[in-house]
Design a protein around this ligand. Structure first.
Ligand SMILES: [Zn+2]
Length: 232
């Protein structure tokens, strides 16, 4: 049985990246009636400075935090792939997992981290972004890529567009002025990540970032992406 199709698949390297990158846009899309599904690649079990925090416990806390954030934004479903944090690799298995999900949910839009951000960029972000792009094109699209999928009813699917957050080369920006507060609230759900920084600082830094991304446009706050259309 295949799930109901989703309009948008968000592939996030770690729990919380999607909230930084695309949560305002997600809240806006949900309000406009689009169905959004999250795919969380790693379990985030190394994202702490606390030497007493056990990785297994951190992973389960971070899943709960991600579920709370997704619920607040109106995300329909969250799929956890549970790869180990800092251990994501460009493997045939990981690519196949993403192709399977694209063919299951048949999204029009796929959103992930820009793998081509220069210099210091988390390796998991680079790899999640790259493998997602590969999964969209050509693997999800091509009939003969995975004959075993066809046998299970997972037909080829052509995604319409890919949006990449944290891009050095943004060419697309969506107005999130009315959704900035809910983006902040969703981010706040990731307590284990943001609790050690004064919240006012996080909020004003993020507001500045979203204002910068909207600079020169006729709205105050935006989320910017590199947008690529799948033309072939
Ligand atoms: Zn991350």
């Amino acid at each position: 049985m295949l799930p109901d199709p989703a309009d948008v698949l968000v592939v996030t390297p770690h729990p919380d990246d999607a909230e930084f990158g695309v949560a305002g846009t997600v809240a806006r899309w949900v309000n406009e009636g689009r169905q959004v599904v999250y795919v969380v690649c790693t379990n985030g079990d190394k994202g702490t400075d606390d030497p007493d925090m056990k990785p297994g416990r951190l992973a389960s806390i971070r899943e709960q935090e991600q579920l709370a954030a997704a619920k607040l934004l109106g995300v329909r479903e969250v799929v956890f792939l549970r790869h180990s944090d800092q251990a994501l690799e460009d493997t045939p298995e990981f690519r196949k997992q993403l192709v399977r999900l694209i063919r299951m949910y048949r999204p029009e839009t796929v959103v992930t981290a820009d793998p081509y951000r220069r210099y210091l960029w988390h390796r998991d972000h680079r790899i999640a972004g790259q493998v997602t792009l590969d999964a969209v094109f050509p693997y999800a699209r091509d009939y003969h890529s995975y004959p075993e999928f066809i046998m299970h009813g997972l037909e080829p699917h052509k995604v319409k567009e890919v949006l990449l957050w944290a891009s050095d080369d943004p060419n697309y920006c969506l107005d999130i002025t009315d959704y900035f507060d809910v983006k902040l609230e969703a981010l706040k759900c990731h307590r284990s990540q943001v609790d050690n920084i004064p919240w006012d600082m996080v909020a004003s830094w993020l507001r500045e970032r979203c204002a910068e991304m909207a600079a020169g446009r006729d709205f105050e706050l935006g989320e910017a992406f590199h947008r690529a259309e799948v033309l072939y």
